[in-house]
Ligand binder design. Structure first.
Ligand code: FDA
Length: 318
């Protein structure tokens, strides 16, 4: 790598670390969410501050042929009251999605349901969401948070999955950044789990996670192939052209059709790629976040592509 490119990479790594560190600063988040000028910047990544406000975006996506999953933003709640309120929001939203003919598919975070507060509380709350989804034959995806939560998340998925037996399902997420992921993939394949594979959005220590992007990408490709061969309708969550192209090439080679797996992308990210894949006949699900607790989610999106910060700054100055 020439010195200029190496310096560029170092700046990008530094910005990424700074943005991820800021994503944990509740105080900054509280200020940011109250400033009126932040709203238009966030609108690119967040479909609305309420379900009602996000419904037109969800309906537009459905009309265009996309599948969707709804994320009611919020994470790392600090009280049982907040965890129950977040759970209630999902329990209320699921029948609305079903009534509107929108995918009955939601993505939840365990830290939003009280994981850091009490294990009994989080199980009770997740149980309520799974029961609500099961009533409409829906699907619940448990997002994966940082590596300290992986074990608990997989255990809760395993223990509560029977709540949806026979009506809908609940799936989990694996992060190719984590060193443990190939082993987890085997366990989940054996259990017939529906897995979403992503690279991992959190800052992790070297003992738990690959630090080099090339290693994260190589691990992604290996687990992706394994899931295509043996998994149950895996989902490949990425905006990375090289990975998308590799998935398509591998699926074609093995005559694995679009009904056997899906691509997933975030609302507002790489719309060109989302549309191209749809046009080419692949199944594409858009992860649609909504709600007012957008700060940590938004900061992780900036960290994934620090150039977004300059883009936002330019718009602000205008
Ligand atoms: P990579 O970061 O290498 O980016 C490839 C290209 O995509 C970039 O060059 C850029 O063009 C574009 N791009 C990526 N991110 C962008 C952004 N924010 N803005 C603009 N362009 C961008 N993580 C996690 O830890 N737990 C989880 O449960 C989930 N769930 C999840 C669901 C879905 C549907 C998606 C798409 C992603 C997640 N993630 C996640 C996030 C994931 O781990 C990862 O951080 C991001 O997807 C970015 O990685 P890429 O695979 O897109 O590749």
């Amino acid at each position: 790598m020439n010195p200029r490119a190496a310096a560029g990479r170092a700046v990008e790594r530094g910005m990424r670390a700074l943005l991820l560190a800021l994503s944990h600063q509740r105080f900054v988040g509280r200020i940011a969410t109250r400033l009126p000028f932040t709203r238009p910047m966030v609108a690119r990544f967040v479909a609305g501050e309420t379900l009602e406000a996000a419904l037109p975006a969800l309906e537009r996506l459905r009309a265009a042929g996309f599948r969707t999953t709804v994320d009611i933003l919020g994470e790392s709640v600090a009280s049982a009251v907040a965890a129950r309120a977040a759970t209630g929001a999902y329990v209320a939203a699921i029948p609305v999605l079903a009534d509107r003919g929108i995918d009955r598919n939601v993505s939840i975070k365990l830290s939003q349901m009280g994981l850091a507060i009490d294990h009994a509380l989080v199980r009770e709350n997740v149980g309520r969401v799974l029961t609500a989804a099961s009533a409409v034959e829906g699907f619940v995806r448990i997002d994966m948070e940082d590596h300290a939560t992986t074990e608990a998340t997989l255990a809760i998925w395993r223990d509560l999955r029977p709540l949806m037996a026979g009506s809908g399902d609940v799936g989990v997420v694996l992060q190719s950044a984590l060193r443990r992921t190939p082993g987890d993939a085997e366990v989940l394949i054996a259990a017939g789990a529906r897995v979403r594979l992503c690279k991992g959005a959190y800052r992790e220590p070297p003992e738990a996670a690959h630090q080099d992007k090339a290693d994260v990408d190589a691990a992604y490709l290996a687990v992706m192939r394994r899931l295509l061969d043996a998994g149950v309708y895996p989902a490949f969550a990425t905006h990375d052209d090289r990975i998308v192209d590799a998935a398509i090439a591998y699926a074609r080679e093995r005559a694995i059709g679009p009904e056997r797996f899906e691509f997933q992308m975030l609302y507002g990210v790489r719309r060109d790629l989302q549309e191209r894949l749809l046009r080419d006949g692949w199944t594409v699900r858009i992860y649609v976040p909504l709600g007012s607790q957008w700060y940590p989610y938004f900061m992780r999106r900036l960290a994934e592509r620090p150039a977004n910060v300059f883009f936002l700054a330019r718009n602000l100055l205008r």
